[in-house]
Design a protein around this ligand. Structure first.
Ligand code: NAD
Length: 268
């Protein structure tokens, strides 16, 4: 699908991370120019450098409205227009993750920070990007949500709530800006095989794997393929949707994994 994004300019937030850097690579391979925006400039630069003049590393903090606006303006003044926004940055600080627990024990400042980076940060990206898209005749916004936004879990109440709200905000943006030729969709990854997952608690990967339907976990490149499709005009009739990309992790009966074990034992 070379050239599907030819002539288009994109911003990928959290572009220094696992999924964001894969999306930036994929978009450039399809002809786009991409601003790789991240709170860590070194990570953004490392992702941008192999992509040459097609990529620009930009430092910004999703918590700061002025910084989000400046990041969008820097992109437009460098590449001349804006067609695609991939809102993808999320609070993934490993020192804070364990504090995102349940309603009773979560420190309220952790709740605020997660909601502000994940949800308010995406709103800010849209706030400053949409006027440029309108000027250019339209655009496509892709928000990274998560399967954690559509079902409960034992921990990470703030993360899950932020991702659920992103799925709803996506529908509002699609509704309010559709006639301006702006589409907005969310992608909801399940567990993705990143370095972090590889290094996680031994045994956790196997528990999760029992509940997906595909033989192997998806990778950041799988997410990038979906995001590039949603960014391109090939998806021009898709808007306001949330597309789960998770090996069918949430589409089956809850007893699926137990039944698989039961049948294996019965046939042994
Ligand atoms: N990896 C998974 O299994 C998985 C599953 C579901 C959803 N997701 C979502 O995918 C997206 C990307 O996650 P990832 O796995 O690539 O993680 P990652 O940690 O590799 O990437 C996240 C990036 O966001 C950046 N970031 C954090 N705070 C920021 C801020 N305040 N301002 C700007 N940038 C900031 C980080 O520096 C990092 O580069 C996130 O929205 C995450 O919630 C990931």
């Amino acid at each position: 699908m070379m050239g599907r994004l030819q002539g288009k300019v994109a911003i990928v937030t959290g572009g220094g991370g696992g999924i964001g850097s894969a999306v930036a690579r994929r978009m450039v391979s399809e002809g786009a120019k991409v601003a790789i925006a991240d709170v860590f400039l070194d990570a953004a630069k490392a992702a941008a450098e192999p992509l040459g003049v097609s990529a620009l590393a930009v430092q910004f903090d999703a918590l700061d409205p002025t910084a989000v606006e400046a990041m969008v303006e820097t992109t437009v003044s460098h590449f001349g227009r804006l067609d695609i926004l991939h809102n993808n940055a999320a609070m993934t600080d490993p020192s804070k993750h364990p504090l995102d627990t349940d309603a009773v024990t979560i420190p309220i400042e952790i709740w605020d920070e997660i909601i502000d980076i994940n949800l308010r940060g995406y709103l800010l990206g849209c706030k400053y990007a949409i006027p440029h898209m309108v000027k250019g005749g339209g655009g496509s916004i892709i928000n990274t949500a998560s399967n954690s936004g559509t079902a409960g879990d034992l921990a990470r109440i703030a993360y899950g709530a932020s991702k659920g709200a992103i799925i709803t905000m996506t529908k509002y943006i699609a509704t309010q800006h559709g006639k301006q030729n702006i589409r907005c969709n969310s992608v909801a990854p399940g567990v993705v095989l990143t370095e972090a997952l590889d290094k996680t608690v031994p045994g956790l990967k196997d528990i999760i794997k029992r509940h997906i339907l595909t033989p192997e976990f998806g990778t950041p490149d799988d997410i990038a393929a979906l995001v590039a499709f949603l960014a391109s005009d090939e998806s021009r009739y898709i808007t306001g949707e949330n597309i789960s990309i998770s090996g069918g992790g949430l589409i089956h009966q809850p007893h699926y994994a137990d039944l698989m074990d039961f049948m294996a034992k019965a046939l042994a």
